[in-house]
Design a protein around this ligand. Structure first.
Ligand code: SF4
Ligand code: SF4
Length: 109
């Protein structure tokens, strides 16, 4: 069976260089760039084509600047630009509000 193929797109201009994604990647696919972005930070980049699309990096990114793509078929021959986005996490800088109605008392988080 072929390995699942994935890749990531990182918005380099808004990366804050916290390195959480690098720690979270089990494939060691990510590294910090030598370059500096408009915010003055070194930014994360994909350095190997061994990403499995596990989504770990996107989940830990506090600035939601990573989009993960995974191939439709589990084929190692699928080109990167044919992979589909599977995790698009929108930026969550606004206040988050969730209301749970089914509990005895109304809870607002
Ligand atoms: S999706 Fe998973 S394997 Fe791919 S770069 Fe992110 S953490 Fe690494
Ligand atoms: S977790 Fe997000 S903000 Fe932090 S280095 Fe990675 S891409 Fe940049």
């Amino acid at each position: 069976m072929s390995a699942v193929r994935g890749t990531v797109k990182i918005e380099m201009d808004t990366c804050k260089g916290c390195e959480l994604c690098i720690e979270a990647c089990p494939q060691e696919s990510l590294a910090m760039s030598n370059g500096i972005n408009a915010l003055g930070y070194h930014y994360a980049v994909l350095v190997q084509d061994n990403c499995t699309g596990c989504v770990n990096c996107a989940l830990v990114c506090p600035d939601a600047v990573i989009t993960v793509y995974r191939s439709k078929k589990k084929s190692s021959s699928t080109k990167i630009n044919e992979r589909e986005p599977i995790a698009v996490i929108s930026n969550v800088k606004g206040n988050f509000k969730m209301t749970v109605e089914d509990l005895p008392e109304r809870i607002e988080i």
